[in-house]
Design a protein around this ligand. Sequence first.
Ligand code: PHE
Ligand code: ZN
Length: 887
Amino acid sequence: MTDAAIATPTQATTKYRKDYQPPTHLVDTLELEFDLAEEHTRVRSRMTLRENPARSDAGGELVLDGEALELVSVTVDGEKISDDRYQVGEETLTLTGLPTECVLEIEVVIEPQENTCFEGLYRSGPMFLTQCEAEGFRRITYFLDRPCVMARYTTTIRAERAAYPVLLSNGNLVDSGEDSDGRHWARWEDPFPKPSYLFALVAGDLHLHPGSFTTASGREVELRIYVEHLHADKCEHAMKCVMSAMRWDEETFGLEYDLDLYMIAATDKFNMGAMENKGLNIFNSALVLARPDTATDSDYERIEGVIGHEYFHNWTGNRVTCMDWFQLTLKEGLTVFRDQQFTADMTSHAVKRISDVRMLRAFQFPQDAGPMAHPIRPESYQEMSNFYTSTVYDKGAEVIRMYHTLLGAEGFRKGMDLYFERHDGSAVTCDDFRAAMGDANERDLLQFERWYLQAGTPVLEVEDSYDSETKRRTFTFTQSTPPTPGQDEKLPLHIPIVFGLIGPDGCDLPLRLVGEETAQGTTRTIELFEATQSVTFEDVPEGCVPSYLRGFSAPVELRCERTHGEYAFAMANDSDSFNRWEAGQQFAMELLVGMVEAIGRGEEPVLDPIFIEAWGVVLLDQELDPSLVSLALALPVEPYLSERFEVLDPGHVHEALEAAIVQLAEAHAEALREVRARCSTGEPYSADRESIGRRRLANLCLSYLSKLGEAGDLAACVAQFEGADNMTDSVAALACLSDVAGPEREGAFTSFYERWKDESLVVDKWFSQQAASDLPDTVERLVELVKHPDFTLKNPNRARSVLGVFGMGNAHHFHRVDGAGYRFLTDHLIEMDSLNPQVASRFITPLLKWKSLEPVRRELMRAELERIAAKDDLSKDVREKVSKALA
Ligand code: PHE
Ligand code: ZN
């Protein structure tokens, strides 16, 4: 028996996908009873168990998972069992001599108020709540805590009525009543069998924001959002998002909601974004609460995306779930793809696609090239929490998108229909999904499995040759995937290359392959199977510019030779908006790499005038959606650029980016001021798409202008900060001021804090703007800032607002050449690890790629990793990453 409330460090054991074994027992029903109290909580469970026919070797032995539980009693079929028939291990309860079918009852005591890792049952403000994915249920009671064990749950919650008037769990409320001494109870029943990771409980004094939805088949669904009372006026946006997500899934995939009640509860303390528990989603409050004066346009958009995401999990994740955690991308990759399509349909396909690819390159590409690289379906793990990664989620979504590209929207829908027809109500694998897609379309997707097996970002090289006599143009594609830890050799992948040719007049050419009678469209999907493969087109005039991977049709790095003139031509003429943006990005990448190299040689970094001019044309293009313009004007993100160097000097990369920004701002200062003026209409705040686009572009202009150091532009920042009637404009101005030392900066931060000190989520913004600051003494300031009474590692959002933002979003100061940035992060990471290993483990990411750094920083970073490794009670989570990085 153990009563440790936080993660107990254990010897690192590695779990392998190949070792999967079906469970020895199946659980048909599980009745849970919670007695919630401040001191400790009593949990009684009653499960109907039977031996799994698929496991003839069980022999009456059952090993249950359990952590940080105090065992009170065990009975089998109502009888106390003798001591020699059960054994309590560090993380298990082993029972022997069980009949093939029985009722097992277990009582445990847990201490939610001591729980700082926020897995299992814990406290946040006025409430008790749970988080069970991936392996948190075992902190609530002993159970077969694995996703392939699906049971029907009935949950009874007892608590003091005054403090906890609201008692919630999955499914439908079936009964409730009063106990003596001011306590009451509620009983919930979930008719759908589910894995333990989807269990949820919420109890507290909460505000209810109601809504309702009529499904396509005419059923009424009651919608409820629960928040702390002070947030009663920040729920309307989230409620609208729920309704549009429900409608969208009916229209796009024919999927209806399946219970009569759908609830969301928001908490200030949450390790992740949100959780799709059946019928009772639990959300980080940052992804629910929104009012124009407290949340930015990006917050509004993220809320829509995440509300959609969790709702869509009801089918992709809950109705059909994962056989084991190696299959995580089965539900996450697919659900991210679904939420991306949803957002694209609600907003703009081009804007959404570009933003997603930008993020993929900023987070996933670096991960795929580092010590934690893993396939979207990992082969092994030490701590599952470490595999909720951009690779599993975002590259996973790219893989799903490729099915969509290869099969078309209709074929994809057929595949989804077959997937649900075959697997509704069960726990399956990524192979089952691939089989459904293939079978529904009579396509062989055998080779496609390699996307699930191989880590690393594939590189796609193109060579092309032209015969002016025959007017044939041949493109030769060569693919290769770099080695990643444990995978030296890679096999060729099945890659869809959505392709077009832009004629000299700027119009797309009809495409005719050798051997075809007639041209077949202007955009065609070339399917690559081999390491090297060629295609030849007929009737190609001189001077065409190819357009590869339209819409970013595969998550690969493209390498092809282009002249600056061709980049500029594609920026202006490609019919694919993604590739118009991409031409600008790749042009900028090439130039920035050159500038970084120039800095390395001690030369001035100078931006090519052709680029400066083309950039100016986009800036003034009034035909384009201003959100698209903003994306086109933004330079490539630092981590993506950094990937281009074998030996990285982050100082040089930063200097090159800054030089490019200043040169663009100087060349177009007047235009930037003009465009900003045109976009700042002075009308009161409105949340429609056009206004959002205008605010985005105006604030982008402001951020370029603020780099010029002109008094007038600084005054404009101050004026915007003081006059803003919405958080988007307010925080954009604050971000600009944050980089400029002086009374304006200090004044703005002081007044921002004074105005918002009671709104925790806005205070997070106040912290994060300081963590992202570019003032020369940023690290010293942060050392002081974390002494602020509002700073605490016990709130993950607050910890992220400083440590996450500093590590992932302030490369310049993080990589300070004296190591002060690394030290600052490490100090707090070590402290965080003792409280909340999951979140601490995310903070370590920027320290992992020390091997690619120039020698001075390389040694400094390694020293910090070793300092972490030396912590004796280090969590499994951080241990796994540190040891992989140092290996
Ligand atoms: N399953 C959640 C999602 O993607 C993420 C999550 C994982 C939340 C683990 C909490 C813990 O929607
Ligand atoms: Zn998810």
